[in-house]
Design a binder for this molecule. Sequence first.
Ligand code: HEC
Length: 191
Amino acid sequence: MKYLLIFCSVLLVSACVQQTISYKEIEHRTDASKDMVKAFGGKLKGKLQAAMKSGGPIAAISVCNEQAPLIAKELSEKSGWDIHRTSLKPRATKPDAWEKRMMEAFEKQKEKGDGFKRLFVQDIAEANGKPAFRFMQAIETKQVCLVCHGENIAPAIAAKIQELYPQDTATGFKLGDIRGAFSIVQPLDEE
Ligand code: HEC
């Protein structure tokens, strides 16, 4: 009975929320999210490549540790959205229930043969107790990522990661795995 009540109220909430947002707006918000992911990913890639080249992987860990959250914060402040990365096996940022469900669905899609281009999703769903437009896009594990997220991590790098992230679970990935996902929350009560 309790579950039926919860189920009905979820239906009611989503029905109410959906009325406030048209297909056109969903399309617009999806496109804007994709652009934001490109901007975020591009900035991260630039910083990571520069750091790996100039100081090697140990220095690059500090860049990921300091710069990744900083870039996410700057873009979030500029846009008024919450922009971050997360993973089913996180190093720093654990997923919420919705994010976990979406990433599990990405894994299933990938098993069935979908390429990374198709591994994104948009929905109206709650985030921190409020209805929001949410967007997620999977992130592919490339060769360079294996240095810090792969199966055979050099001892000095593993030690540095362990020091900064004692709860780390973001290792053991193989080339082409889903490393995690970009996640964007656009509040619906603003704009
Ligand atoms: C030099 C080491 C290093 C390399 C190389 C590296 N990462 Fe990371 N990665 C980190 C660190 C450190 C964090 C935690 C950052 C933070 O505190 O937000 C992280 C976090 C992440 C996260 C956020 C989710 C989580 O686990 O908390 C994703 C997604 C991610 N990395 C993907 C990648 C991908 C994709 C590549 C390759 C293009 C890559 N990383 C290369 C060190 C690295």
